[in-house]
Design a protein around this ligand. Structure first.
Ligand code: F0G
Length: 505
């Protein structure tokens, strides 16, 4: 199967001197160019095409990163997917797969079956907990398991924890087993019979950001970058800090001062990133970090970086694999900067194009009422790209001018999707339900359940449709917002009578 880009090759524009500060000329430069030869960047606004990496001006110069088109539009990765030819043999109970690559395969249903088999075999490989065994480490990552569809990086450059392999909790009224009586409360709250929660907060640093970050930092490694940066409402920064530390790079994060939850800030500092608090909001920090990266030669790791989006596609592939490749009717997720909507939507489109699934689910992106530019645009059939001064207690999605607007709009339009908004009170009520069920999540994630409940009430999502809701961040990320008051309980004397009186039994 080939999804190949065509069109004029543009680019070679950036000033190499300006970009040189934090890039080292390493042996990776030519490897990177070779590895990404069949990968291009397409402008989502004007369709201009650029090479994935632009060569430096001399033979041994470092490659140059590109985050935007000359027209200012954001870029989308296009590549040729090479289906590895495989033959499986059962040898003494061991299951071995031999691979050799072919450049072109057919998009026949059989190709879809071959892709599924490849990923299922990798998922079945028992993880070997040895960092010296990179190949098995790749297979045990919920991102690199799908590597042919993510990034053709040489294995020795991959920076992985590993990440992914997050649970898909069955929480619907019908699909909750007897051992999940508590989880069923979530299905009852949503009004759904067959409902799953994909908990991306159970990634190594506690959010879905690790999926994009393993790919972003791998790219940084390939490029020879020694410093990486992002603007963040907290989760991207924690993830960047962790992966940068692993790769021996300097991490630099720009945060909206006073608007980052304590757990996220603590992680970022503990992992050793340089933390710059901005007097302004996330949108100000985002504008600044782009300028900083371009002028100071630091590799940018926001989802403006198209390779981060490629990593986050793995959420979509993993959902499909966990559902035995039976695509759900709906995928619902919280929406802020819109990177995740773009990524999971792209994954589902590609899985369909590769004949891995028979239909593409509808997407519902849920915004907080006070941070709802995408919702406002949707309500006008996307005639106008709105921006707002964002205000919500779900600080992760307090974003007024989302970078991935155009990419996400395509997902909503292509999937006959919908954008909904929910109030902070609705977010807190939904969070309490998820928390009390014993699963737990941070406030922004609960927008998913609040939005689903609303869409079921409105009859947009039908009670018997199969729905996957994405939880994006861990409960402990934000230990203040929406937490039960007086949580520590009362201190009592260590006597049985005192216990009886507290428990009222
Ligand atoms: N949920 C959580 C927990 C998040 O941290 C974010 C974004 C989102 C949802 C929204 O995802 O931006 O792809 O639409 N957090 C970013 C950050 C902005 O900096 O950590 P999106």
């Amino acid at each position: 199967m080939s999804i190949i880009s065509t069109g004029p090759q543009l680019g070679q524009g950036a000033d190499e001197e300006k970009n040189s500060l934090h890039y080292t000329v390493n042996m990776g430069a030519s490897n990177a160019l070779d590895a990404l030869a069949s990968t291009s960047l397409r402008c989502v606004e004007c369709s201009a095409l650029y090479p994935a990496i632009e060569a430096g001006q001399s033979d041994h110069a470092m490659p140059l990163p590109r985050y935007r088109c000359e027209c200012g539009g954001v870029l989308d990765v296009e590549m040729t997917f090479s289906l590895p030819r495989q033959s499986s043999q059962v040898v003494g109970g061991d299951y071995k797969v031999f691979l050799d690559f072919e450049a072109e395969a057919d998009v026949a249903p059989s190709a879809g079956a071959a892709w599924r088999q490849l990923f299922d075999e990798r998922a079945a490989t028992p993880p070997i907990w040895s960092v010296s065994s990179d190949a098995s480490l790749l297979d045990s990552s919920g991102v690199w398991r799908y590597r042919e569809l993510i990034l053709p990086a040489p294995e020795q450059y991959v920076v992985t924890r590993p990440e992914g392999n997050t649970p898909l909790y069955p929480v619907g009224i019908e699909n909750c087993g007897p051992g999940r009586i508590g989880h069923r409360q979530i299905g009852l709250y949503a009004g759904l019979e067959r409902f799953f929660l994909k908990h991306e907060g159970e990634n190594p640093t506690g959010s879905f950001k690790d999926r994009g970050m393993t790919v972003g930092v791998t790219m940084a490694h390939l490029m020879g970058a020694s410093a990486v940066a992002c603007a963040s409402t907290g989760n991207t920064s924690a993830s960047l800090a962790s992966y940068a530390a692993q790769a021996g790079m300097r991490g630099i994060v720009f945060l909206p001062a006073g608007n980052v939850a304590g757990g996220k800030l603590a992680q970022t500092l503990a992992y050793g990133a340089t933390t710059v608090q901005i007097e302004g909001d996330f949108d100000d920090a985002m504008r600044l970090v782009e300028q900083v990266c371009n002028e100071l030669g630091i590799y940018l790791l926001n989802s403006l970086n198209p390779f981060r989006v490629e990593g986050q596609k793995a959420i979509g592939f993993e959902i499909l694999q966990q559902l035995d490749w039976q695509a759900p009717d709906w995928i619902v997720l919280p929406a802020g900067n819109l990177g995740n909507t773009s990524a999971i939507g792209k994954a589902l489109r590609q899985a369909y194009q590769l004949s891995m699934i028979s239909h593409v689910p509808r997407f519902a992106a849920i915004q907080a009422e006070g941070a709802n530019p995408f919702y406002r645009s949707f309500m006008q059939n996307f005639a106008i790209r709105e921006s707002v001064d964002a205000e919500t207690l779900a600080s992760a999605i307090k974003i007024g001018n989302p970078v991935s607007y155009t990419r996400a709009r395509r997902v909503i339009e292509e999937t006959n999707g919908i954008v909904e908004q929910v109030s902070d009170d609705e977010i807190l009520a939904a969070k309490a339900v998820i928390d009390r069920a014993g699963i737990g999540c941070e406030p922004a994630s609960a927008a998913t359940l609040a939005g689903i409940r609303k869409l079921v009430e409105r009859g947009v999502i039908k009670r018997d449709e199969r729905v996957v809701g994405v939880l994006t961040g861990h409960l402990l990320k934000d230990s203040k917002t929406g937490m039960p008051q007086g949580g520590n309980g009362i201190a009592i004397k260590p006597t049985i009578d005192a216990v009886r009186s507290v428990l009222k039994i």
